[in-house]
Structures are given as C-alpha cells and as structure tokens.
Ligand binder design. Structure first.
Ligand code: PLP
Length: 476
C-alpha cells in the first residue's frame, strides 16, 4: 500500500515513511491510495474477533495498510498494545445497551480514561519499533491543555529512543489532570509548566519547530491528531462495535461520534469506505459547531479565537477541524488540485469555503452516510441527568453531546445506533457535580493520585528557555 497527499503529491510513500512525519511536503494530509475492500471477508473478520479477540482484529485491519513491517512483528505490536491489563476489559471496547436499538461503546478504559489512548498506545509501540529499526531517536515536543498530552505521555513512558517534552499552562489544568501527568516518574517524560495560557504553550512549540536547525539537531517531532497511524488505529473499533451489535453481515449499524478535530469520525468514514455496513455516521458537536454547520449547509467556516468558546466538553472546543481535509478529498472524488484550492485559497485566505449547490455536496448523506447535530451545556446537563436517572449509567460531557444528538438522528428503528463514549466522567468532575449533585466514581487505580509526588519544571513563557531545557535533557 502506498500513501499520497490530499493536495496532489502522489510520490509513493510507505506506511513507515509517513509514520514519523507530520504534514505532507505540499501541506496536505496523507491518505492511502485506495481503501481495501473487506465486504467479502466480514464473516471471517467477525470470527477472528470472536475467537481471538481485539488485538487479532487490529492486526487484520492494520495489515491491509502496512506492508513495510513484517507480519509477525505487526501482530506482536498489536498484541502488546491491546491487552486487558492496559484497557481494563477483555473486550477492550465493550458495548453497553442503553435501550432498544441504542448502545454506548466504551473507548475510554485505557490509562488516561479517554479514547485517545486507543490510538496513542499503538503509536507509542510503533514509534519505539521503527526508531529502533532505524537506530534513531525522537524528542516529542507538544502543548496540551489536558487530554492529548496525558495520552501521549502514558503511551511513550519508558519507551526506548523517545523522550517527551510536554508543555502545559501552569496551574490551569484540573487537579486530576495535573496529577495524571505530573505523577509520572519515568525519566523520558518531561512536564514543563509554562507561566502563561495554552496559546503561549502552542506558540512556544511553533517557535521551536520553526527553528529548523534546532529541530534537526535535537530530532524534534510531534504526535498531533493528523497522524495517519492514529486514524488507522481508530478504524479497528468501528469493526469491533459492528460485530458486537449485530449477528450477521446483512445487518447495518449507525454511529454517533462526539467530534472536534474530525479524527475519530474520519476513522468511521474509512471503515465505511472499506465496506463495513455503516448506515449513518452522525457528527456531534458542542457549541463550537463548525462541522455541524458544514454538514447542514455545505459552508465550512472556521472560527477566530473570539468565536471559539470554552465549554464543558473542552476536548471538542475547536475552531477548525484538522482532519477534515481528508474527508473533503474523498468528497471531491480524490481531486488533489480541487482540495488544494479549497484549503489554500478558501480556508487559509478567506477562512471558509462554500459547497452549496455543488452536486457532490448535495449527495453527501446518500454517498457517505453523514449527518450531524449540535449540543449545548444545558443539553449536556439534561442528558447526563436523564442517563443517570433512567439507566443508572454515568456519562461524561462529550459522550453526553453524542447521546443527545444520537437520539435526534436515530431514524430507522431497525438499525442499531452506537454512541462512542470518548471519556470517563471522572475527568470532568465539576460538570458531573453540577448535573447530578454528586461526584463521579473514581477507578481504584486513581485513588489519591493528587497526593503523589509531582515531577514538573516551571518555566516562563519563553521559547529560548524551553530550548535550553530540551538541550540540557536530551543527551544530544
Ligand atoms: C479528542 C476528543 C474528542 C474529539 O475527537 P476528534 O478526533 O478530535 O474529533 C472528543 N471527546 C474527547 C473526550 C476527546 O478527548
């Protein structure tokens, strides 16, 4: 399998060439040159999943896209990643029935209690494998306001050839999030609390990355959400959800996905393109409704900082959806020049593009199954309360956005609707208390983590001081 760029560069690249890369050189995102078709193999995949489990299913899906890692090694990487020990259950992504035709699929029982672990844990093992094979090292520099940084740290801790330098705004993450990250004692994990806000952290990462000499000398890389390997890892749980909700291959399911950067639901799109019988893919947003607006109207209009709201489902507070270009490329019939025009002249220069009246957009629901909806703080509170009172199930704020929208879009009663649960409620305690008047339960392994010793260095919002810190701690 070769990979190409959404902006037209079709230089053939293999999986491991793009594993450690960010954007393609022409500014586009990498995609496989085609989607392997599994329609005829679905029954066999179902049997593999039932008999050998999630890791074996992951190997089957991944091996369709990765031909530059020997199969035995790839299988071993999958088996090392998706274990009951790391993900809490034998099923890895168990399905829970809420009511007739409506299910929650748990994706958040990994080390940091959010679905990002599903991909990041695999990425950590892939990075370690590939770096060892090349005899190289990598220093991952990132900025986080919570979820992504901790998922990256838990995936990379103790990995050979990798160090993580994670900046976060000093004193601004929740006590639980701080404890999760700062209690890691691994030598290759460096928490840097910046005296500033999240934007200062992002500016520092940009400044360091733009210093090309420094970047090359200290082998600086990232683990951002546009990484194809992360997306590919997420494709697997759509299959696992489908197999759990159905008994045979003539049945269909729909998914509702709490969305921000369009990474999670884009993996659903890939699964559907491969021939998984998905009826509809419902994109759920919060008040930051860039994506809902697009699917309702055909207008993609990115927001400025002043119109990006801080909400109680903060991991979906985005102003533009960094993975969206992948879907647009497919929507435009894989026309790289047309995609380039929409994102370079449209998004980059005017902050928008408009596909109203374009026949390809008019067909988006029928051809690609997409639908969308939006949820607000009041909806989250009501949904969390209702789900607790009627089913005794506590859900987090992002999952609540999904469930609210799923009910509106459920449609055909014969088609099960699966809502992806993207985090556990303990991560967003204050909103749960607001909704229910009680705190969420805490998994035993997180009891008392706020009291553990913390490993963190506080630095001013100054890129040079961050560079000095990296230089002093990366043995290079
Ligand atoms: C990252 C995140 C999302 C959004 O996922 P995307 O892939 O960016 O669309 C939703 N919920 C939670 C809890 C997250 O951490």
């Amino acid at each position: 399998m070769n990979y190409l760029s959404t902006r037209g560069d079709a230089t053939p690249r293999k999986f491991c060439d793009i594993l450690l890369a960010g954007l393609a050189p022409d500014g586009g995102l990498y995609l496989p040159e085609r989607y392997p078709q599994v329609g005829a193999r679905l029954a066999e995949l179902r049997r593999i999943h039932a008999e050998q489990g999630y890791a074996a299913l992951a190997f089957e899906i991944l091996s369709l896209y990765i031909d530059d890692i020997p199969p035995a090694d790839l299988r071993a990487l999958c088996e090392k990643t998706y274990t009951e020990e790391v993900f809490g259950t034998r099923e890895i992504v168990p399905l829970r029935r809420l009511e007739e035709g409506l299910y929650l699929q748990a994706l958040s029982n990994g080390p940091t209690l959010a679905f990002k672990d599903m991909a990041m844990q695999l990425l950590g093992n892939l990075f370690e494998y590939e770096l060892a094979r090349r005899g190289e090292e990598l220093n991952i520099l990132g900025a986080t306001s919570g979820d992504t940084g901790s998922a990256a740290e838990y995936a990379m801790r103790g990995k050979r050839g990798i160090r993580v330098f994670m900046t976060s705004p000093h004193g601004r993450m929740s006590p639980f999030q701080q404890a999760q990250m700062f209690s890691l004692q691994d030598e290759n994990i460096h928490n840097i609390a910046i005296e500033g806000v999240f934007d200062d952290c992002q500016d520092i990462v940009k400044a360091v990355s733009n210093d090309h000499a420094f970047k090359a000398r200290y082998r600086i890389g990232t683990v951002n959400s546009i990484n194809w390997a992360r997306l590919l890892a997420q494709v697997v749980y759509y299959f696992a959800g489908y197999f759990q909700a159905t008994g045979s291959e003539d049945q269909k399911v729909s998914f509702t996905v709490p969305s921000g950067n369009f990474g999670n639901v884009c993996a659903g799109h890939v699964a559907r393109q491969m021939g998984l019988p998905i009826e509809r893919l419902v994109v759920a947003t919060n008040e930051n409704d860039v994506l809902d607006e697009f699917f309702r109207t055909g207008v993609y209009r990115v927001r400025g900082a002043e119109h990006t709201y801080e909400t109680s489902s903060p991991s979906m507070d985005i102003s533009k959806a960094s993975n969206f270009e992948r879907f647009v490329f497919d929507l435009l019939g894989r026309d790289g020049a047309a995609t380039r025009a929409l994102f370079e002249q449209g998004v980059a220069q005017q902050g928008r593009f408009d596909l109203r009246g374009d026949a390809r957009f008019a067909d988006v629901a029928r051809r690609f199954g997409f639908a969308s909806g939006r949820s607000t703080h009041a909806d989250r509170l009501a949904t969390i309360r209702d789900t607790w009172e009627r089913f005794g199930t506590m859900i987090d704020t992002h999952t609540a956005d999904g469930l609210k929208v799923a009910r509106e879009q459920q449609g055909d009663a014969g088609v099960p609707m699966i809502v992806l649960e993207t985090a556990l409620p303990i991560k967003f305690e204050s909103t749960i208390v607001e909704a229910l008047g009680r705190a969420p339960e805490r998994p035993a392994r997180f009891e008392g983590i706020e009291q553990l010793p913390k490993r963190v260095t506080v630095l001013p919002a100054d890129a040079q001081q961050v560079k000095d810190y990296i230089a002093a701690h990366c043995g290079g």
